[in-house]
Design a protein around this ligand. Structure first.
Ligand code: SDX
Length: 373
């Protein structure tokens, strides 16, 4: 699919034992366990423990993690106060970037960059990122934040966002979304986080930088663009022409293509089934019907498969979540992967500093101001 160069395409920029992607076979594993098995059998907290510690947790380890998460959902009050100062119209990803940066100043392990301290920061951030997303969403809607919650991230997030305990189906669907988006090797945001960690900077700087990278529409920001596209298309009958017109203008269709997968993204395969079911049960079967037309046209015209962002959009929407929270929820999930990669980087660190092929001027003389045009 890719005909352009650059972007470090195909460059192996280091080693990692966390995720493995087979782009030709369309296979993804976390610490050697297949994503299909994890999506059907694991909870997000089990996956986070697996990413951090290379083992699925025992029951007592899982109980301990859930207790630590529950203790961390309540944000430091000055951070909530600071989020109140952020304009309500601010994109939630920008508020999240600022919120995570501020959390660094209030972290009890501030200034401690040891592996043990960063492991504690990882757990706190997994809870706090979901709390910042929910808190800013409520403030932006003119509502008071829900300052505490308990239990698994998916459940706690829905409690902090809606103010009610979620139903089992919604909490499990969100939990699967968090499992599927937890890690993905050296994607742009994870690579950004590792570059920052490799300077021996701190965990909050690494996660803040990763959030900045995920925000972009070529990366995690695509899921928001997918939903906006489905809403604009409106009906399955309008889908084919809508896509063809944009392809004719050489525009990108959000939710399609991938730098590594040259066949179906296994996460999209899992999410397609969830999208079909949840679009129907949420009363929006047209979302899935439109999606099917777009997939057919993209395959016929460009030979390009959908990626994780394509069907995650309709699953988020079917759960009643607003479009501008899709990428922040992706960030909630990917915080597990980002922090796991920071810990891995620090475990065997060397500064990440590639070279550039110089293509600029050479041998130029300095021109005094009086002689410049
Ligand atoms: C994620 O890396 C990861 O692992 C990311 C991720 C993760 O879990 O972390 O998987 C999550 O970010 C998924 C990707 C989400 N982004 C999008 O859906 C945005 C749309 N997709 C494209 O921007 C693109 O496919 C990329 C950025 C994802 C990958 O692009 P590449 O590898 O740089 O490929 P390219 O831009 O060179 O495209 C090759 C060809 C081009 O056509 P030609 O110029 O050769 O004619 O394919 C075309 C592109 O125009 N193409 C598309 C397209 N994607 C590629 N054409 C229309 N729509 C698209 N979406």
């Amino acid at each position: 699919m890719t005909s352009r160069s650059g972007g470090l395409e195909g460059v192996v920029a280091g080693t990692s034992a966390i995720s493995s992607i087979d782009g030709l076979a369309g296979k993804l594993t976390y610490r050697g366990i297949d994503i299909f098995d994890l999506a059907s059998d694991a909870t997000f907290e089990e996956v986070a423990h697996l990413l951090w510690h290379d083992e699925l947790p025992t029951q007592s380890q899982l109980d301990g993690l859930l207790n630590e998460l529950s203790a961390a959902y309540a944000l430091p009050p000055p951070v909530v106060d600071a989020l109140r100062l952020v304009p309500q119209s601010t994109p939630p990803m920008d508020a999240l970037r600022s919120g995570v940066s501020m959390l660094g100043a209030f972290d009890p392990d501030l200034g401690d960059n040891s592996l043990e301290a960063n492991a504690r920061k990882s757990v706190r951030l997994l809870a706090q990122v979901s709390a910042v997303v929910a808190t800013f969403a409520r403030l932006a809607a003119g509502n008071e934040p829900i300052t505490s919650a308990e239990g698994p991230v998916a459940d706690a997030f829905l409690q902090m966002y809606t103010g009610e305990r979620p139903d089992e189906t919604a909490a499990r669907a969100l939990d699967v979304l968090l499992v599927l988006q937890a890690d993905h090797e050296l994607n742009a945001s994870t690579f950004a986080g590792r570059v920052i960690a490799a300077t021996l900077s701190d965990m909050h700087s690494a996660v803040t930088g990763a959030i900045g990278a995920l925000r972009g529409p070529l990366h995690g920001g695509a899921n928001q663009g997918v939903m906006e596209m489905l809403i604009e298309i409106g009906s399955p009958d309008a889908a084919e022409d809508w896509v063809r017109e944009r392809l004719a203008r050489r525009e990108l269709i959000m939710g399609f293509g991938h730098r590594v997968y040259k066949t179906a993204d296994p996460r999209a395969t899992i999410l397609r089934g969830m999208s079909r079911e949840l679009s129907r049960t949420s009363g929006h079967p047209e979302w899935f019907e439109i999606s099917q037309v777009i997939e057919r046209v993209m395959m016929d015209e460009k030979g390009i498969d959908s990626n994780v962002d394509f069907f995650s959009a309709t699953v988020y929407a079917a759960l009643g979540l607003p479009v501008n929270l899709f990428t922040p929820i992706f960030a909630m999930s990917r915080t597990s992967g980002w922090t796991a990669h920071v810990l891995e980087q620090l475990g065997d660190n060397r500064l990440i500093r590639p070279r550039a092929e110089y293509i600029g001027h050479t041998d130029r003389a300095y021109t005094p101001m009086a002689e410049r045009g």
